[in-house]
Design a binder for this molecule. Structure first.
Ligand SMILES: [Zn+2]
Ligand SMILES: [Zn+2]
Length: 179
């Protein structure tokens, strides 16, 4: 669906969409694990400046690789959003998103309007947690043997600890006893 500036000049546009998996390309190996459902409203905020406000709610399950163990992890997203888009030629730096003084996310569009899928992609990326982990308790990958510590407990961790202690002992030996 395309949110056209021409149409917005005549009326408020409402949308209710179900986007199948694979239709929107996300960054960073993030994919949709479910149909994305979104509904909301687009409105021209300021006719002369061409500012488009898009708000509503979105629900989808995203999938990405866990930052710690690199296994795929799912991220349920159920979020309300409220975004403002300005024409790219009005902005000094296009395409990069900025947060204005009021804390509202501001994006940019080019030409006669805004593809709704671009908005939805933005909302999904903003909704993802900073750290993508399969679970808070994820033990990650062992830096020594490369094994997934969630699946198998290796002995490397204990050795690494021993190594740290021996380094400390050596350090003490070099520095010498206190006083
Ligand atoms: Zn993990
Ligand atoms: Zn290991």
């Amino acid at each position: 669906m395309f949110i056209s500036l021409q149409e917005l000049q005549l009326r408020t546009v409402r949308f209710k969409v179900d986007i199948p998996q694979g239709e929107i390309e996300y960054d960073n190996n993030i994919t949709q694990k479910s149909t994305l459902h979104a509904e909301g409203t687009a409105q021209l905020l300021n006719h002369s400046l061409g500012e488009i406000r898009v708000w509503g709610k979105l629900a989808v399950t995203g999938e990405a690789l866990c930052d710690r163990c690199l296994e795929s992890a799912t991220f349920p997203i159920d979020k309300t959003f409220d975004l403002v888009y300005m024409p790219a030629d009005e902005a000094s730096s296009a395409s990069e998103n900025e947060v204005d003084e009021a804390g509202i996310e501001v994006g940019y569009y080019e030409g006669g309007g805004l593809p709704l899928n671009d908005v939805l992609r933005e909302v999904v990326l903003l909704a993802l947690p900073m750290q993508l982990v399969c679970s808070e308790a994820c033990k990650g990958i062992c830096p020594a043997c490369g094994g997934n510590r969630n699946q198998r407990d290796c002995d490397c961790h204990a050795e690494a600890m021993d190594d740290r202690w021996s380094k400390l002992k050596n350090f003490r030996a070099e520095v010498g006893p206190r006083n």
